[in-house]
Design a protein around this ligand. Structure first.
Ligand code: ADP
Length: 310
């Protein structure tokens, strides 16, 4: 186990904002913390990186107690906050040199790392330009570059795509995906379910400071039970098959809406095959099939009764 957070608790003014959160990461994994604004994501990762003092619980990184040995732990961790202080009148490269020295890097090693991290975030060509000329998305990419300077084993990211242009957002998501593919372990917080679906091997769903569910996307989807919908657009005769489809064991519900047969199922793939066979036996032609898997939005709604985004 590379990182293990156990029983994390944080209270502000008597109110518990992180309530007994535990999760762990194997080396190379990408773990997503998904939850709405105010759920406790920032506070949780702040406790992991040593920015927020826990009121309970422990954080172990490579067997090291991160709160007992903060300097050693920080060597293994890279943290990307939403904003870091960048000097607008200094170039991107100069800003990164400054951050590198804070991580005890120097000399040619620092220069090399600055060049490498600028390349990773796709800003090599802008390295000599003053940061004040950068868009919000580019500044966010410099934040990521700064967190990578000391080659951390674990990259911890706090909603890195909030409030930036779609192009930078895509770039950041691809960059994180690549870093993870090359072996960097990732903790990624977001209130965008499609981001954690895209990036993360395992996902913790957090609400009101509690981890209300945890698992792979597949495991979380199966919590919803009522799984996906498959719809079949039919051609020609549409008689004499609805009852047969409704009585299939894989089918929970089937309705015919004009030329569209909509099937609710617990197992989309199996249901699709069974319904297709039933239709063929009844001599009904299919024009088009759509499968809608339940997404994390549905999982969140199922668990909390509320939508993920307000
Ligand atoms: P998220 O990152 O999921 O949006 P946060 O961890 O930032 O959530 O916040 C969780 C809760 O803790 C919120 O209700 C927030 O207002 C509260 N909170 C966060 N930091 C502080 C602080 N320094 N002082 C008081 N309350 C705080």
């Amino acid at each position: 186990m590379l990182l293990e957070a156990t029983g994390l608790i944080k209270k502000y003014n008597g109110k518990t904002v992180v309530d007994n959160i535990s999760f762990s990461l194997n080396e190379g994994e990408a773990y997503g913390l998904l939850g709405p604004n105010g759920a406790g994501k920032s506070t949780t990762i702040g406790m992991i990186f040593g920015l927020v003092r826990p009121d309970g619980g422990t954080v172990m990184v490579e067997g090291l107690d991160a709160w007992q040995k903060p300097l050693q732990a920080k060597k293994l961790l890279g943290y990307v906050p939403q904003e870091i202080a960048l000097y607008g009148d200094l170039s991107a490269r100069e800003n990164l040199m400054f951050w590198g020295r804070m991580y005890d890097l120097g000399g040619s090693r620092l220069k090399d790392r600055v060049a490498q991290v600028l390349d990773i975030v796709g800003l090599s060509e802008r390295g000599g330009d003053k940061v004040e000329t950068f868009s919000g998305g580019m500044k966010r990419r410099i934040n990521i570059a700064a967190a990578l300077l000391h080659e951390p084993k674990v990259l911890i990211m706090d909603e890195p795509t909030v409030g930036i242009d779609p192009q930078s957002r895509t770039y950041i998501l691809e960059t994180v995906k690549n870093l993870n593919a090359q072996g960097t372990t990732v903790i990624y917080t977001s209130h965008y379910m499609e981001e954690v679906e895209f990036l993360c091997h395992r996902i913790g769903v957090i609400d009101h400071g509690r981890l209300i569910a945890q698992g792979t996307l597949h495991e979380l989807r199966s919590l919803v039970g009522e799984a996906g919908q498959v719809s079949f657009v039919l051609r020609g005769s549409r008689d004499g098959f609805l009852e047969a489809v409704q009585s299939l064991p894989q089918v929970k519900q089937a309705t015919l809406q004009e030329d569209r047969l909509v099937v609710t199922t617990t197992e989309s793939a199996n249901a699709l095959a069974a319904v297709a066979a039933t239709l063929a036996a009844a001599g009904v032609e299919m024009q088009k099939v759509d499968i809608q898997e339940p997404n994390l939005e549905a999982v969140f709604l199922h668990l909390t009764g509320r939508a993920l985004r307000d």
